[in-house]
Design a binder for this molecule. Structure first.
Ligand code: COA
Length: 312
């Protein structure tokens, strides 16, 4: 059977740096509260004229280059987002045109902060059953356009960005080893879009995330026929350092074996996992042959995890 893996990745972040001190000036909050409760020090917010498709396009171009893949080789583009430029056309169709990916089908999927995981698992199915060879998966979010910047409960948490991966066939010992996806719609009210803004019951989401991230990570390791000791690097959804630490501790991993970009970029939703992966690839922390566990959760409520062996 063909194995599907990641051939190359790219990313793009909001162009403006907004620090905790900036929030201190205009909201009833402090740098100390934000840092200690979330681990966030600053985030990137995209200017008004930059929409999700702009960031998705930039990340996709970089991923294609890293994957030595031309846009014409793409069979499918999947964009995971809850903040598309508009309801339709989809972000995937917009960037299909911009990239010149004339042979690619295009669809957006909505799985909030777990969207990138849902995207790569979807791509894996098409590649492993032989229907498609090369698939671009982008997680992109411009959460700033649905965040009430006067609400201290949510304004300080989020950032804008895009992360992209080109998936294709890899050698038998590399690529995606196992996945786990799940949903619990009964928790839907805990994060939802009401009128124009995102509403969140932080405490409930926190409890769910701590429990689910650990369980999903351990579940996917078992499905891959591995043990905790086999894991080289954990890439959790970058929502809150305390949730991430709880997942890391469930896997008995030392701090240096977990991606942490939440400090610089905040929670960038569907883009947080691929953005963190690009950062850690650039830092030399993800190496050929490493066993990675990616794990995310988000509005829905939904969750997903993937175990993969890095490399082609
Ligand atoms: N500055 C100062 N105080 C703030 C604040 C801010 N930016 N945001 C909230 N607070 C206050 C609240 O008003 C509340 O005050 P009250 O108790 O007087 O009502 C209090 O802090 C909340 O305290 P607590 O519930 O103990 O905070 P917490 O440790 O749970 O942290 C979150 C709050 C939101 C950071 C945390 O719950 C969280 O990260 N939840 C998960 C959110 C998430 O991941 N969402 C994305 C899903 S993909």
């Amino acid at each position: 059977m063909t194995k599907a893996g990641i051939l190359g990745m790219g990313r793009s972040l909001g162009d403006q740096v907004v620090t905790n001190l900036d929030f201190e000036q205009r909201l009833d909050t402090t740098d100390e509260w934000i840092r200690t409760r979330t681990g966030i020090e600053e985030r990137r917010i995209a200017s008004e004229q930059i929409d999700s498709s702009h960031m998705a396009f930039e990340a996709a171009k970089e991923a294609l280059q890293q994957a030595d893949t031309s846009p014409e080789e793409l069979d499918l583009i999947i964009v995971a987002t809850v903040t598309p430029d508009m309801a339709f056309p989809s972000v995937s169709a917009i960037i299909q045109e911009q990239l010149g990916a004339s042979n690619a089908a295009a669809m957006d999927i909505s799985a909030a902060c777990a969207g990138f995981i849902y995207g790569i698992v979807t791509a894996q199915q098409f590649i492993e059953n032989g229907a498609y060879k090369k698939i671009l998966v982008v997680g992109v979010e411009k959460l700033s356009k649905i965040t009430d910047m006067n609400d201290r409960n949510t304004a300080v948490l989020f950032g804008d960005g895009a992360g992209a991966a080109v998936l294709g066939p890899v050698s038998d010992d590399k690529g995606i080893l196992a996945f786990e996806l799940g949903a619990d719609g009964t928790g839907g009210m805990h994060i939802h879009l009401q009128d124009e803004f995102l509403y969140m019951n932080g405490r409930e989401v926190f409890k769910f995330a701590v429990r689910q991230m650990g369980e999903s990570a351990l579940g996917v390791i078992e499905k891959a026929g591995l043990t905790k000791e086999d894991v080289d690097f954990l890439v959790p959804h970058q929502a809150n350092i305390r949730i991430m630490e709880a997942s890391r501790e469930r896997l008995d991993l030392p701090p240096e074996k977990m991606a942490t970009t939440v400090k610089k970029y905040g929670n960038t939703s569907a883009s947080s996992i691929p953005v963190a992966m690009v950062e850690e690839l650039n830092n030399g922390k993800i190496k050929d042959g490493d066993v990675l566990v990616l794990v995310g959760f988000g509005a829905g409520l939904v969750w997903g995890a993937v175990a993969l062996r890095w490399g082609r």
